[in-house]
Design a protein around this ligand. Structure first.
Ligand SMILES: [Fe+2]
Ligand SMILES: [Fe+2]
Length: 359
């Protein structure tokens, strides 16, 4: 006869009791306060995560996450003997929350796209060497930086208390978005007779600051508001750099995703500063560091020159392109300052970099 461990034997004993008619069924009477709800879609977009927060106890997001420290779903009855997982140390809502986060998750899920299917790759045509090289260098740089916005949420996600599942779900969509951004720019570099060109030591400085930021909100301010904010303004003006329908479509699709990431970061910082106004100086300090890093990066030849060639329309028009990039830079800085203002942080008088590039 087969011998099993005591734990398996206990289950087998229990199963024979059940076969003998000894049922428990106590779970049927658990959580009476959470029973009898009927979540309904608010509109034609269907039943969203946000809609679940409109019903009964399920929309009550605690200021401090469940002390039980388990993955028990928010709103369920948690038995006293539920073991804590011991991994959640971001337990305060204010450290991760944004009031728009569930809606942003719903939008992210609805607007997923495929770089294989949704980009008209057949519209690529052979290009003069200077333009193809400039596009490939731009794509090399974007491929290098895009996944920081996957790595940063991945670093923090498993620390976040399970009661804030909306935030974790949203960050999961961001990781998927960034994977797609990484691969779509890599695809563009490899799809038209070119290839990857030169990596960027300057980028690595900024990426290191994001990954080494001491806590989630400083990391988020650096990444969601500063770095992704600059990228969002760049993609919004993608027509300036695009050479064909292919790049236009890529920039447009990535822009939708970045807009969500920046919207989350802005509203998270707002929520955080409302609860912790005394932390404003920490945010100023990390942003000062980030501004200097992004400025250094944007002046690096492998970053600035290909963009100027694309904006000007060829290496012979690189100075016209630089003038256009100067205009774009000012727009990036102004939009960044505006987002911070929305979040409740006025950096206009403390900006560590020029508002306009010297002409
Ligand atoms: Fe991205
Ligand atoms: Fe992003």
């Amino acid at each position: 006869m087969q011998h099993y461990s005591p734990a398996v034997e206990r289950v087998l004993d229990h199963m024979s009791e059940v076969r003998g008619g000894k049922l428990d069924l106590s779970w049927m009477n658990s959580n009476p306060g959470g029973w009898g709800v009927r979540a309904t879609p608010r509109d034609e977009r269907g039943l969203g995560l946000e809609d679940l927060n409109q019903v009964g106890i399920y929309g009550e997001v605690p200021d401090h996450g469940g002390e039980h420290g388990s993955m028990a779903p928010r709103g369920a009855e948690v038995p006293a003997d539920t073991p804590a997982l011991g991994c959640y140390d971001i337990n305060d809502k204010s450290l991760v929350w944004a009031d728009n986060v569930a809606l942003l998750y719903d939008e992210a899920v609805a607007r997923q796209w495929s770089s294989a299917r949704d980009v008209p790759w057949d519209k690529l045509k052979p290009l003069p060497d200077d333009l193809e090289k400039a596009m490939c260098q731009l794509c090399t740089g974007l491929t290098e930086v895009e996944f920081i916005a996957g790595d940063m949420p991945a670093k923090w996600m498993w620390h976040i208390n399970h009661d804030f599942h909306e935030v974790k779900c949203f960050l999961a969509t961001q990781i998927a978005d960034e994977a797609r951004h990484l691969e779509v720019f890599r695809k563009r570099a490899l799809a038209n007779g070119g290839g990857l060109l030169k990596a960027s030591p300057g980028s690595e400085q900024l990426l290191r600051a994001i990954i080494e930021a001491p806590d989630y909100t400083t990391a988020s301010s650096l990444m969601h508001i500063l770095a992704e904010g600059f990228v969002l303004t760049l993609f919004r003006n993608g027509e300036m750099l695009a050479l064909s329908e292919v790049e236009k479509k890529i920039f447009r699709l990535c822009m939708q995703d970045e807009a969500r990431h920046v919207a989350y970061g802005t509203m998270h910082l707002k929520y955080f500063l409302e609860k912790h106004p005394e932390r404003a100086e920490d945010i100023h300090e990390i942003l000062r560091h980030g501004e200097e890093a992004i400025f250094g990066l944007s002046m690096e030849p492998q970053t600035s020159e290909p963009r100027a060639i694309l904006a000007g329309g060829g290496v012979d028009h690189i100075f016209e392109g630089m003038a256009k990039l100067g205009y774009l830079y000012t727009k990036q800085v102004r939009e960044y300052l505006h987002r911070l203002k929305v979040a409740g942080l006025d950096r206009s008088s403390r900006l560590a970099i020029p508002l306009e590039l010297p002409s």
